[in-house]
Ligand binder design. Sequence first.
Ligand SMILES: Nc1nc2c([nH]c(=O)n2[C@H]2C[C@H](O)[C@@H](COP(=O)(O)OP(=O)(O)OP(=O)(O)O)O2)c(=O)[nH]1
Length: 159
Amino acid sequence: MSGAPRVLVADGDRPREGGPDRAVVEVAVGVLVRDDGTFLLTSRPEGKVYAGYWEFPGGKVEAGETIEQALRRELQEEIGIVIGAVHPWRVELVDYPHALVRLNFCKVHEWTGGLHMHEGQSFAWQALPVRVQPVLPGTVPVLRWFAEERGFDGATHVG
Ligand SMILES: Nc1nc2c([nH]c(=O)n2[C@H]2C[C@H](O)[C@@H](COP(=O)(O)OP(=O)(O)OP(=O)(O)O)O2)c(=O)[nH]1
C-alpha cells in the first residue's frame, strides 16, 4: 500500500488530495464496551484492504440507511450480535489512498447473542495498552480518546 493515510481531526476538514469532489464514504463503527471497561477489537478479514489489521467492528453505510441502522446491520452480519442502545461518540475523517472515509464511532454497552465471527475474523477484548497488532491507522485515535477518558498515560498500543 503506497502513501500514509492522513487522519483529519474534524469532519469539516478538506482532504489533501482528490479535491472537494472526492466522495466521502460513511462508515458506522461500534465500540462495544463491557462492564469491566474492556472493548472489542476484530481483525480485518482476508480480501479487504488492510487485511489482518485490528479495528472496531462495523462497515459502510448503505444508501437510505442511518448510521444506527447500518451499525445494527453490520454487527449482526459480521459478528452475530443484536445490539441495544447506540450512543454516538466521535466522528473522524480519514484520507486513505483507497478512500476518504468518515468514521462514525458509536459506543454500545448492551447486546444479545454470542460473538460469531462470520467473516473469519479474529476478535479480542482489550484494555489499554492494546496488545494486538497492527492497529488500523483510523482506529488509533479511538485508543487516545479512551486514554483521555480514563486518565491513562503512556502508549495506547504496541508498535
Ligand atoms: N469498521 C471499521 N472500519 C474502519 C475503522 N478504522 C478505519 O479507518 N476504518 C476504515 C477501513 C475501511 O476503509 C472503512 C470500512 O470499510 P469496510 O471495507 O470495512 O466496510 P464493509 O465491511 O462494509 O466492507 P465491504 O464488504 O462493503 O467492502 O473504514 C474501524 O475502527 N472500524
